[in-house]
Design a protein around this ligand. Structure first.
Ligand SMILES: Cc1cc2nc3c(=O)[nH]c(=O)nc-3n(C[C@H](O)[C@H](O)[C@H](O)COP(=O)(O)OP(=O)(O)OC[C@H]3O[C@@H](n4cnc5c(N)ncnc54)[C@H](O)[C@@H]3O)c2cc1C
Length: 140
């Protein structure tokens, strides 16, 4: 049975004419990874579209589409293949009070903001280790 909603992430690619062959090679490499992501249930599907812009501006030539079954899997960076590049201008690491405030402050600017949080949605000992630290202050 088809589900009511799908969540899609579009990525637009600018490829110079002389780079098309290299780009296609890269995409066919990624195809195998995307197939595995589908098998793992990380995404529902993936597609590569060639764009034929109507106007003069040929800004982007290709677009990839990732289909997710829900919004949570769409933002879960653990599902992104290793070595993926997340592009942005400002990256705030840690979605605590400070990280979220910084990201919100820049959200409506011309800059693309990335907000990264460690761990998943459940308590995890390994993630708690991010808080490990040493203090040089001695008891007086
Ligand atoms: C028990 C307790 C009770 C408190 N009660 C109050 C209160 O009632 N009122 C109040 O105003 N303040 C309270 N505070 C203080 C308040 O929680 C902190 O001042 C505030 O959360 C600090 O915000 P922060 O963004 O600097 O850090 P945090 O809120 O700690 O956020 C840091 C975030 O970064 C993430 N992170 C860390 N390392 C990485 C990494 N390498 N990669 C990705 N993500 C990472 C962490 O998972 C975390 O989500 C309390 C604190 C504690 C411990």
């Amino acid at each position: 049975m088809a589900q009511d909603k799908l969540y899609l992430v579009f990525e637009f690619m600018k490829v110079d004419n002389e780079q098309v062959a290299a780009y296609m090679e890269t995409e066919s490499f990624w195809e195998k990874i995307h197939e595995q992501r589908v098998k793992n249930g990380d995404i529902i599907g993936w597609d590569l579209w060639s764009l034929k812009p109507g106007g003069e501006d040929q800004g982007f030539q290709y677009m990839t589409v990732n289909l997710y079954k829900d919004a949570v899997s769409m933002i879960d960076a653990r599902k992104i293949p290793n070595n993926s590049i997340i592009e942005g201008d400002i990256c705030s690491i840690g979605a605590g009070a400070v990280g979220i405030s910084i990201a919100l402050d820049w959200m409506d600017s011309k800059y693309k903001v990335i907000l990264l949080e460690g761990g998943g949605f459940e308590y995890n000992e390994k993630v708690q280790n991010l808080y490990d630290g040493k203090t040089t202050v001695k008891n007086i």
